[in-house]
Structures are given as structure tokens and as C-alpha cells.
Design a protein around this ligand. Structure first.
Ligand code: PEP
Length: 247
């Protein structure tokens, strides 16, 4: 039985005041039946970990460098994230792939580094509008997920969370319809099943792309959608809680 999992990606949005207000709002009403994780920007992780002590809400980093330490100015390692109180880290978000030229090879290296440090990698995959319109959605998804499926053991994969985020739906207000999303989620689960049946049954596959309190219930009701990776709507406690508790 996969519990509902909702993750909030704050992207490059935060201040000390905002963090205090947002986390106070979320923790005051975090639903027991949903696992909740927030991904604040790196400079705020320690403060977030402090605020979330004693709460069921977990925190994660938005990115990591696959190297352990050294001359990588501006970068953050997996062990630093752990040291700051993180449980998880986003890997391969489409903004990282597009704006920072991250490749499938980088995604695998980062996922391995995260796992080695004991973090849960949230491996993000998704097609662009151009790719969808050219009927390449499944080919793109397969290529992106195969980078990790072929590079990791079943035991390692069992510690990952997968997020399907159609690029055309991220931050655009255009959500995939529940049927469109379910179709791709079922395809992702079939790829996981080809690797290992148990892995497919137990893995969380989240949907991301303009999830809001008003559309979360229908999306999360789909058989293969186990929760959401939420950007914009995770910046307001009430809206985010409406997604975490979509009943
Ligand atoms: C995201 O950043 O992963 C995301 C899905 O953003 P939004 O919810 O704003 O579309």
C-alpha cells in the first residue's frame, strides 16, 4: 500500500520571514495520512530543519553535486545536505536539465551520490510540449528513466522516488488531465515492473505540473499516481495543505 506523498519544491523563493510563516502554517495542520516533504533553497535548509524538529514534515535539497567534496565553488554535496538535516534531494528537475544542461549521465551520478549518503533521490522525468506533439512522450520517458534503471540495482531503485513532470505543465497553469497523467504513470510503472515486479508495486511515482488544491484530488485518485511534486502552489500554506489533504 503506497501512502500519499506530497513534496513542495520552493525553487528559488524564500526569505527568513517567509520560511517561518510557511512552515508554521504547514506544521500546524499537516495531515497524518500524507507524507509531506519540503524542498527549500539551500541557504535555508538548516533553519527549516530547526523549525521542523518534532514534526512529521521532512526536508530535502533541490540539487546536489555528485562529488564528495573539493574545488567545486558554489556546489553542495550529498553529505552536506544530510548534515543540514535533509532526508531527500531532487535530481534531474526539468529546470536543471534545461537551464543548467544536466544530462541523464549527471542524473545517474547525482542519484548514486544521494543514495550513498542515505538521501532519498526524487528522480524527475518529463517530456517537452514539442516532444509530446511529435508523439515522443514514451520514448523520452523511457530514455530518461532508463538512465537510472540501467545504472542502479533493484535495492538502490527501491530507495528512489520518481516524479513525472511534463515540462509543458510546469509553472504554466496547464495541468495534464488525470487521464493523460495516468497514461504516462502506468507506462513508468510498466518500465519499473520490467526491472522488478516488487519495485513497481512499491515505488512512489509522483505527478508534477501545476498541481493545485482544486485538481489534486482527481489526479491523486488515479491508480498509478501516488502524490505530487508541487512548485508554485507549495508557497502558500493553505493551498499546499489543500493538496496534501485532497479529500
Ligand atoms: C515543479 O517545480 O516541480 C513544479 C511542478 O512546479 P509547478 O507546480 O509550479 O508547476
Amino acid at each position: 500500500m503506497r501512502r500519499l506523498l506530497v513534496a513542495g519544491n520552493w525553487k528559488m523563493n524564500a526569505s527568513k520571514v517567509m520560511l517561518n510563516e510557511l512552515l508554521a502554517g504547514i506544521t500546524a495542520n499537516a495531515p497524518q495520512q500524507t507524507d509531506v516533504v519540503v524542498f527549500p533553497p539551500a541557504p535555508y535548509l538548516l533553519m527549516a530543519a530547526d523549525k521542523l524538529q518534532g514534526s512529521s514534515v521532512k526536508i530535502g535539497g533541490q540539487n546536489l553535486n555528485a562529488n564528495e567534496s573539493g574545488a567545486f565553488t558554489g556546489e553542495v554535496s550529498a553529505n552536506m545536505l544530510v548534515d543540514c538535516g535533509c532526508d531527500a534531494v531532487l535530481v534531474g528537475h526539468s529546470e536543471r536539465r534545461t537551464l543548467f544542461a544536466e544530462t541523464d549521465t549527471d542524473v545517474l551520478a547525482k542519484t548514486e551520490a544521494a543514495l550513498a549518503a542515505g538521501l532519498t533521490p526524487y528522480v524527475c522525468i518529463g517530456e517537452t510540449l514539442e516532444e509530446r506533439e511529435a508523439n515522443k512522450t514514451e520514448a523520452v520517458i523511457e530514455q530518461q528513466i532508463n538512465a537510472v534503471l540501467n545504472g542502479l540495482t533493484v535495492q538502490q531503485l527501491a530507495k528512489c522516488v520518481f516524479a513525472y513532470e511534463p515540462v509543458w505543465a510546469i509553472g504554466t497553469g496547464k495541468t495534464a488531465s488525470p487521464e493523460q497523467a495516468q497514461q504516462v504513470h502506468a507506462f513508468i510503472r510498466s518500465l519499473l515492473a520490467a526491472k522488478d515486479e516488487e519495485l513497481a508495486l512499491n515505488s512512489h511515482v509522483l505527478y508534477g505540473g501545476s498541481v493545485k488544491a482544486s485538481n489534486a484530488k482527481e489526479l491523486f485518485a488515479q491508480q498509478d499516481i501516488d502524490g505530487g511534486l508541487v512548485g508554485g502552489a507549495s508557497l502558500q500554506a493553505e493551498e499546499f495543505l489543500g493538496i496534501c489533504n485532497p479529500a
